[in-house]
Design a protein around this ligand. Sequence first.
Ligand code: IFM
Length: 443
Amino acid sequence: MKLSRSDFPAGFLFGAATAAYQIEGSSFGGAGSTHWDTFAKGPGNVVRAEDGAIACDHYHRMDADLDLLKDAGMDAYRFSTSWARVLPEGRGQVNQEGLDFYDRLVDGCLDRGLKPFQTLYHWEMPSALADLGGWTNPDVADWMADYAEVITNRIGDRVHSIATINESWCVAYLSHFLGHHAPGLRDIRAAARAMHHVNKAHGRTMTRLRDLGMKNCGIVLNFEATEAATDSAADTRAAATQDATHNRWFIEAITKGTYPAEALVGFGPHLPQGWQDDMAEISQPIDFLGVNYYTRGLVAADPDATWPATKPVTGPLSKTQMGWEVYPEGLQRTLTRMARDYVGDLPMFVTENGMAWPDEVGTDDDVRIDFIDRHMQAMQAAITSGANLQGFFYWSLLDNYEWAFGYEKRFGLVHVDFDTLDRTPKASYHALKSAIAPRKNDV
Ligand code: IFM
């Protein structure tokens, strides 16, 4: 790789990210059912109806997986804690086994010199709360804050940072308007409510974390580089609408206490009454912003469609196994835009960036190595132009459960054989390890 640790500011953190449902194995250790367990059983929702029951069996292989991070010379590990592992019914009875697992995980990180970056919600809503409407129910804000308190009372003394939610757009829009993820709704009223309640839950949980004395609290949002397919006025308007629903809705609520007009056109009539009263809590200060970035979104107007009347356009750039264009410039633009328009000098982390490729053991991994290298160059350029970027987490440490795509899309630095569950580091793992090896002055 062209860049190495010495091309980044002193103290810049390199790590890898995972998420509970995608790796742990939800059938182990007394975890409760979640909406992903049941969504996967719905016809046509997930490739081969695969679920996270076993996943990478990280629940039993945690030590070996943490060793992989340490052996790569990483500084930090971003993981999520599963709400239903901690509280199988979402509220009430605590699963001590679940708390013990996360206790061992955090200690395992610290023993290996890895800073634990925790995310509280990475998409698995406990089924008992999904029955009550999940993200469409305003009470979700208090349910989530209560869960945050239970897990924080156990591991909050040792985690380095806490993100409330991973990728609010996916939690709300992708799952309640586009129907691609659990709970699989395509309903504007449900979507508008989820779009607001996810922010409300972030705010309520921040309040609770502050009450518990927690520092380094923030949120992880996913951004795309939205571009109009042509210069026409209609496509330009379509791009502005998509930018508002995908990129601006959450960050504007959190940093300014407002929602973009282009998105309120569609969602406004369906928002819960009195939503304005929640904006002060939603826009309380955060300590960091996590930026997840994968690709650009090329968009055109679709005059025959209902609001937002947009349609995705396939671009000409090279694509990953997901069909996503490789577009590192978009990462640089996103980071500089965040610093300029929203967060100023607030610390930012690239909390996810990576690519899927149909790798098998022994195949070369040049495409992923080049992908990482080019995105590292984009991060470096953003830092040079003033973004206070303090770390980078590759998505993902392991090949894992890629939601509606089942186990087919391989994002890992480490190959997982889903029959034997054997782990084999890929060439990109070794390339990243060499690139982030300690600088001469640090050893
Ligand atoms: O696997 C997901 C992850 O759970 C959230 N961010 C995007 C990744 C790749 O699709």
